[in-house]
Design a protein around this ligand. Structure first.
Ligand SMILES: Nc1ncnc2c1ncn2[C@@H]1O[C@H](COP(=O)(O)OP(=O)(O)OP(=O)(O)O)[C@@H](O)[C@H]1O
Length: 299
């Protein structure tokens, strides 16, 4: 039987190459993201993961190849031909970044309402009069606050709705970023190292949130992640890059014992790789589970 990402992809990356002068950051890369899957894009530092995200979200145009978003109604969007704001608005791809990019001085609630500006502007008819007077704008504004409230409950921050976003602990700011992306109603959510800097408890909360988004919202999630505990626990599908090339693509169980993956991460021979991989992954998970929670606080 075909895997879900082959049978029903929400995203198809087809033979993309990205060159920066003489440097080939991505080299003839193809992979799919299943419509309702959590897919992890992993690889050593400099493997090309962020460059893939930048190509998906229109920040870079790949030198070669094609990236297709496939909506369930049959509409396809060729992303490398679209501006970044159209990719988010029409193709419905949302993204978070490695470094937090919330509006720190706005309240937690405001951050989620502002994320819905496309819907609000449409309801205003793109006029000041519309914003000031129209019923449709008022209705849209109410719906925007309701949606923001739904997400604040989901990420357990409803009690902090009126606090400045910059006052939240780091792990809460990461959850708020994900909620902000979800307020744009994406069909594909791209997360760049969502677990970076989280303590084990926050990391567990993140896992639960991502699993609940997959279950309740039924969208695809593509994440770049170095934290193998997160990758192995929640991913349906893992794609591994090294020097811009795909070296493995399969379920977490398949990928973690793939000799090419171990060689890329550790530089060991193929015969040594599988047992070392099992041992390292088991150790890393045990370490993460036993670590005391790190101190919280904005950074
Ligand atoms: N704008 C750019 N100009 C030149 N080289 C770039 C540019 N962006 C990325 N690169 C190079 O492309 C390669 C892949 O970088 P990329 O940031 O995509 O890797 P990564 O897998 O995300 O790494 P990390 O895990 O460290 O974030 C690196 O050699 C990087 O230096």
């Amino acid at each position: 039987m075909a895997n879900t990402w082959q049978a029903d992809p929400v995203l198809s990356v087809e033979h993309i190459t990205m060159r920066f002068g003489g440097l080939v950051a991505i080299d003839d890369l193809s992979f799919n993201v299943g419509r309702h899957d959590i897919t992890a894009l992993i690889g050593p530092n400099g493997a090309g993961k962020t460059t893939v995200f930048n190509c998906l979200t229109g920040f870079y145009k790949p030198t070669e190849g094609m990236i297709v978003m496939r909506h369930e109604d049959g509409k396809n969007f060729i992303l490398e031909r679209m501006d970044d704001f159209r990719i988010s608005q029409f193709a419905k791809v949302a993204r978070t970044f490695q470094n937090i990019r919330l509006f720190a001085g706005m309240t937690v609630l405001e951050n989620l309402v502002v994320a819905q500006h496309n819907t609000l502007m449409k309801a205003s008819g793109y006029t000041v009069a519309g914003i000031l007077g129209s019923r449709s704008y008022k209705r849209a504004e109410k719906a925007a606050v309701e949606k923001a409230t739904y997400w604040l409950e989901k990420i357990h921050l409803i009690d902090r709705a009126d606090d400045p976003a910059g006052d939240l602990p780091y792990g809460a700011q990461r959850r708020l970023e994900i909620a902000r992306a979800m307020c744009t109603e994406p069909k594909l959510l791209c997360l760049d190292e969502p677990a970076a800097g989280l303590n084990p408890r926050e990391s567990d909360d993140l896992n639960k949130l991502l699993l609940s988004i997959r279950q309740d919202e039924g969208i695809g999630i593509l994440l770049i992640e170095h934290d193998m505990k997160v990758v192995m626990e929640i991913s349906d599908h893992v794609v591994v890059l090294d020097y811009g090339q795909k070296i493995a693509d399969g379920t977490p169980a398949e990928v973690k014992i793939d000799p090419a993956v171990i060689r890329a991460y550790l530089g060991v021979d193929e015969e040594e790789a599988p047992p070392i991989a099992e041992k390292l992954i088991t150790e890393a998970i045990a370490r993460a589970e036993n670590e005391p929670p790190a101190q919280q606080g904005g950074r």
